[in-house]
Design a protein around this ligand. Structure first.
Ligand SMILES: Nc1nc2c(ncn2[C@@H]2O[C@H](COP(=O)(O)OP(=O)(O)OP(=O)(O)O)[C@@H](O)[C@H]2O)c(=O)[nH]1
Ligand SMILES: [Mg+2]
Length: 614
């Protein structure tokens, strides 16, 4: 059955998540037509989800791709379960030194494996039992040499293509390619065309994970809003062979930004693709307005709930303070809140396991009741669309009386994670005063090599909220030990290639000064050897090697020491954390009282002095 694209688009209504869309996407063979076309081959009676997957395809300059159901029906059997996780191939740009690359690659693999939806309230496989995705480390183009059309140089694009083809001949195949970098709309589309697979960049994947993990109406609305804004910023049009604009094949492509600014000037207004572009924009705008009004309602409800909490307070009529637990994703926030509140919150090694914020009440050692708010985790380069869309959720953090920043003390890039969290807190408008008053918790202390059972790096170290007790000497000691450890690990990593292989386009020593130009990638301080596409094999998953770097030790190079070290799993440090909460929440009242006293009642001593003089 053939229909026009406009006809098709007008019938596309429902929304499905990317995992589902990718499943359906894989049921079609894709071939470029020699000339732009407005026709499309649809399966008879496409389901709503199939329709939407087509809509995804049609949003790209590949809208003239011929989508044909496999004649032999093989597409139907190809991983046709719409809820099974998509298989992603991870392309990780290289960083130097390897101690920087390792956590980034590790995070990329974790992100790729986190894109999964629950089935009947559960995931099919335990996260740590999942196979590591296939991956490839490629050259990271220097910022001034990033190609506007494909991000990577042609050598890297070809190399990835070779590996994708090779994986496709294998039984498992892959559904999409995840590039752990931020791509522009046109780079993404050009790479999709070059590799013949859907491409996700870092922002896109994180947004999709939020969509896949959202359970409540609030989280679903916000995640969809973020996805919509992301999609809006990626509308592209292409210039065909005759210089005509449209959604045609080949030719030079241009991005039309979210502000509607195209580089085509007046000519942009006409052209075959313009109607389609406008139609998409209108559909996005309509949905955006609808979502905005629903999100507004969510914010209003949250405000009312907060006000009610303040009004009713505890049993003694006192206001119940709220403590927001923030931190990098997977730091153990939910586990910590569960442990101290003796309740259950969903915890998982999947990144962004929590998308739906939860409140739990806790009784502090003084008998005072507080509410702990477990909220979404942050990540470096957290998409701004998500920060904006999750405004209603993040307002809880801004409005909280006290913040607890949970860090994974076993993370090799602890400082980077801290910075990423502080950056997001600044972005959402947390006041300086709250940041200064924030409690820093180093969680997962049991995973540290220097863990001696009481939770501290050094047996002599006595943690406390006060700066003086932060044992800098002992921290330095640990730092040296761990740096040694890292160096050795780098060697192992390079030689054994356990995590994947490094693919280079050129052989020899390079720096970004030496290589530039169309035909070559730029290099960042790189010493490497040629691994050609033919000789290279993509790292196969070896279950014994899985997640090896996940638990590697960090450099312990933190300038500021934590206020308290905990292990949410073993219970170490939890009592101390509660005592610290008590301590931090008490002074606020005293300060308020002081101000009140000073404003309305002159100090008694003065009164007394005056009385004596008289
Ligand atoms: N060994 C150890 N594992 C921990 C500890 N705390 C949490 N974990 C594990 O770390 C993983 C992530 O924990 P979560 O509590 O889900 O982390 P989170 O910070 O809430 O993560 P997001 O919701 O994704 O932002 C889970 O597998 C936990 O079991 C700890 O103190 N020690
Ligand atoms: Mg969580």
């Amino acid at each position: 059955m053939f229909r026009t694209i406009s006809h098709l688009r007008s019938s596309l209504t429902s929304k499905i998540s990317l995992p589902q869309a990718l499943r359906h996407f894989s049921q079609f063979s894709i071939s470029l037509l020699p000339t732009p076309t407005q026709s499309i081959h649809l399966p008879v009676n496409p389901s709503p989800s199939t329709q939407l997957s087509l809509f995804h395809s049609l949003s790209s300059p590949c809208s003239s791709l011929l989508l044909q159901k496999h004649q032999d029906g093989s597409g139907d059997d190809f991983n046709s379960d719409p809820k099974s996780p998509p298989r992603l191939f991870v392309v990780q740009p290289r960083f130097r030194p390897d101690s920087v690359l390792k956590p980034k690659l590790n995070e990329a693999l974790n992100l790729a494996n986190s894109l999964e939806e629950q089935r009947d309230g559960f995931y099919d496989t335990e996260f740590l039992d999942k196979q590591m995705p296939h991956h490839l480390v490629v050259q990271n183009p220097a910022s001034r040499s990033i190609r506007a059309d494909t991000f990577f140089g042609p050598g890297t694009v070809d190399t990835v293509k070779c590996h994708v083809n090779s994986l496709d001949t294998q039984q498992e195949g892959i559904d999409a390619i995840f590039v752990n970098a931020i791509l522009t709309g046109i780079q993404q589309r050009n790479l999709e065309r070059a590799w013949g697979k859907p491409v996700l960049d870092r922002v896109g994947l994180i947004i999709e994970i939020f969509n896949a993990h959202a359970q409540t109406k609030e989280a679903k609305l916000q995640a969809e809003f973020a996805a919509l804004m992301y999609k809006k910023s990626r509308l592209v049009r292409v210039r065909g062979p005759g210089g005509r604009y449209g959604f045609g094949v080949g030719g030079e492509a241009e991005v039309v930004s979210a502000r509607g600014r195209g580089s085509g000037g007046r000519g942009f207004i006409s052209g075959a693709g313009e109607t389609e572009l406008q139609l998409q924009r209108r559909r996005i705008l309509e949905r955006k307005n609808q979502l905005l009004s629903e999100i507004k309602e969510v914010r209003r409800t949250r405000e009312l709930q907060r006000a009610a909490r303040k009004r009713h307070g505890g049993s003694d009529g006192q206001e119940i303070p709220t403590v927001a637990v923030v931190g990098y994703t997977n730091a153990g926030k939910s586990t910590l809140v569960s442990a101290v509140s003796e309740s259950f919150l969903y915890c998982d090694d999947r990144l962004f396991a929590t998308v739906d914020p939860k409140l739990r009440s806790v009784i502090l050692p003084s008998g005072r009741k507080v509410l702990l708010s477990d909220t979404v985790g942050f990540i470096s380069e957290l998409p701004i669309q998500l920060v904006e869309a999750f405004h209603a959720t993040l307002e809880e953090v801004v409005e909280a009386d006290l913040l607890v920043h949970v860090l994974d003390s076993s993370a090799p890039n602890l400082n980077e994670q801290r910075e990423a969290v502080l950056q997001v807190l600044g972005q959402i408008g947390v006041s300086e005063q709250k940041l200064e008053n924030m409690i820093e918790v180093w969680n997962k202390i049991d995973l540290r090599e220097d863990f001696v059972g009481d939770g501290y790096c050094n047996e002599d170290e006595v943690p406390s909220g006060s700066e003086e007790n932060n044992d800098v000497a002992s921290n330095k000691l640990c730092e040296e030990d761990l740096l040694d450890y890292d160096d050795n690990e780098d060697e192992d990593f390079e030689q054994s290639g356990k995590l994947g292989e490094v693919i280079d386009d050129q052989q020899g020593n390079y720096s970004d000064e030496l290589v530039s130009g169309d035909e070559q990638d730029s290099w960042i301080d790189y010493n490497g050897s040629l691994v050609g596409c033919g000789s290279a094999e993509v790292q196969q998953n070896d279950p014994s090697n899985k997640w090896e770097v996940v638990r590697s030790e960090n450099q312990f190079g933190s300038e500021s020491a934590p206020h308290v070290k905990t292990s949410a799993l073993t219970g170490v440090g939890l009592q101390e954390l509660l005592e610290l909460l008590d301590e931090k929440l008490k002074p606020q009242k005293t300060i308020e009282k002081d101000i009140f006293d000073r404003k309305w009642r002159p100090p008694r001593t003065e009164d007394t002095r005056i009385a004596v003089e008289q």
